[in-house]
Design a protein around this ligand. Structure first.
Ligand code: TYM
Length: 330
């Protein structure tokens, strides 16, 4: 029997931060290695055009995310790793699905509302249509599960609505995808625990590529709450609890063990310990990434092979969709 399909992607919009890693990428690798799913991981380059970009940088950003994937442990022998724009069925299906997405529902998307404020000078159609393209990304492969951070769950809910609408009208065609969230589904900004860690606020990000000394400095400067005791209390100590979440998921240990380890010690000791945990956890990743980036040909070949595999499946699905909606003359 075939395995359930898992699909997810990350935008190439600059460097990945530990929110992307703990909320998504680390989990991609864990899920891939379970061998329970047929995995597809892509670089969401079309999605990344929704914000201002420089074409000269885009190429490097795509290669960079591919290197992140490979260095983190995504394996082209186990997963199909590809570039979204190289599989035209993604764009085609998004155009078709647009006709079943209601403007009222799209206007309610939190990310669209937030980005309409943060990039008020560039509120474009791509930004508005972002969740429909996401739906196309997962429908093409009949994804049953989609590992994402919490900020993307509303988009997946919209995708599920689209499945129901489409299937009711044209017969069983798509599967309703379920999100897979991690415990670190929402890592907060280092400078403000009320805001999500996000590439659009680089001052609060810890990047996967940050050098050990930069990591130490950033953790040292991270805001903390009043008091000095190491206790986990997201309501009253949101900043410390966020740092403890990062510790827990970087070191793969339980919050209880962290509390025990830092009993009787203060924020200073905890932050020093946390910085070393992050430095150690990222060292092998950074080393592997450097090797991949020194060999961009391997990256490009890996993506080219993945693009082919993904296209075979996606093209079949788009054909099926066209037949269902009456566009096929065969
Ligand atoms: P992107 O590149 O913005 O984010 C990549 C992944 O990182 C997660 N994430 C976080 N998780 C925890 N804490 C944070 N602070 C944090 N910030 C980001 C995101 O939830 C995401 O899982 N729209 C997607 C890309 C995409 C996609 C898809 C995903 C395009 N098509 C189809 C799944 C299926 C995105 O947010 O990328």
């Amino acid at each position: 029997m075939s395995k359930p399909v898992l699909v997810s992607g990350i935008q190439p919009t600059g460097k990945l931060h530990i929110g992307n890693f703990l909320g998504a990428l680390k989990n991609f690798v864990t899920l891939q290695n379970l061998d329970e799913y047929d995995c597809f991981f892509f670089i969401a380059d079309l999605h990344s055009l929704t914000e201002n970009f420089d074409p000269k940088e885009k190429h490097d950003q795509i290669v960079n995310v591919a290197a992140d994937y490979l260095a983190a442990g995504l394996n082209p022998k186990k997963s199909v790793i590809f570039q979204q724009s190289e599989v035209p069925a993604h764009s085609e299906l998004a155009i078709i699905l647009n006709n079943f997405a209601s403007i009222g529902e799209m206007k309610r998307m939190t990310q669209f509302k937030d980005k309409s404020k943060s990039q008020a000078e560039n509120v474009n159609m791509g930004l508005f249509d972002y969740p429909v393209l996401m739906a196309a990304d997962v429908f093409l492969y009949d994804a049953a599960v989609v590992p994402i951070g919490e900020d993307q769950t509303q988009h997946l809910e919209l995708a599920r609505t689209l499945v129901r609408k489409f299937n009711a009208k044209f017969g069983e065609t798509f599967i309703e995808p379920e999100p897979i969230l991690t415990e670190a589904k929402r890592i907060m900004s280092l400078d403000d625990p009320t805001k999500k860690m996000s590439k659009s606020r680089p001052q609060g990000c810890l990047f996967l590529d940050d050098e050990p000394d930069v990591i130490r400095k950033k953790i040292q400067r991270a805001v903390t709450d009043s008091g000095n005791e190491i206790t986990y209390d997201p309501e009253r100590k949101p900043a410390l609890s966020n740092l403890m979440n990062i510790y827990e998921n970087m070191a793969d240990i339980r919050i209880d063990e962290i509390k025990k380890k830092f009993q009787g010690k203060g924020y200073g000791d905890f932050k020093k310990g946390l910085a070393e945990i992050i430095v150690q956890a990222l060292a092998p990743f950074q080393e592997k990434k450097r090797k991949f980036l020194a060999n961009p040909d391997i990256i490009k070949k890996t993506l080219a092979a993945g693009n082919k595999k993904a296209s075979l499946i996606a093209d079949k699905k788009i054909k099926e969709v066209k037949e269902k909606i009456g566009l096929s003359l065969d």
